[in-house]
Design a protein around this ligand. Sequence first.
Ligand code: ATM
Length: 244
Amino acid sequence: MVSTRRRRAQPGLFISFEGIEGSGKSTQLRRLATYLRGMGHRVIETREPGGTPMAEAIRQLFLHPPADAEPLTAPCEAYLIMAGRSQHIAHLVVPALAQGAIVLCDRFADSTMAYQGYGRKVNRDTLEAMNRFATGGLHPSLTLLLDLPVRQGLTRRAQDHQALNRLDRERLQFHTRVRRGFLELAEREPGRITLINAAHDADTVAQEIQTIVAGRLRPMRRVTTKRATSTPLAPPARRARSPK
Ligand code: ATM
């Protein structure tokens, strides 16, 4: 969790979306953004890996390495993720939060624990230390974990007509470990991570998410209204729309 001191210093709200492939988190993030903007909030949509031009370049390397490249080692994966995260936090997330925005991030540090920690079996204490180094200790205040059975997620993913990336092509056992990782993280941090049944239809999931987030907004609005109107948010670093 964000330390209390840090959270008080930042009037915005940092929300991450997590889940296995095919869980619908990107669609739900966009729907929540529309809902929040309709309420008059300043909303930044971003993603990891990625979110700034430099971090998007790292994303491309991470997900679609050159065809003649040697296989990525698990530590190399972790370093690439953390390198991008450091750029993203420093140049987009922290400035947006400081200006009172709600930052919606498609994947964040829980994905690193789930994919590199549980999936690739990288030492989780090492990942935590690397993550602290990359983020300075900033964590989302709220994480929405969209959960569904792995086979269902992979079927949805295969049907969405987006090119498969390096991790999509991993075996079923890998994705099963990733899902177990997410569920264990949710059990360990129930105050931050809210589990959502992503097998429900998209409207039901969107409604549930709106209710959860609305509950978190009340205390924030009291603190930020004045500042948000007097300090226009600088244009965020552009989120390059590269292939998945
Ligand atoms: P999206 O398809 O949700 O944008 O995520 C891209 C991939 O990045 C996703 N792979 N699959 N399949 C998970 C992977 N990823 C990690 O392995 N570690 C991380 O820390 C993050 C943020 C993403």
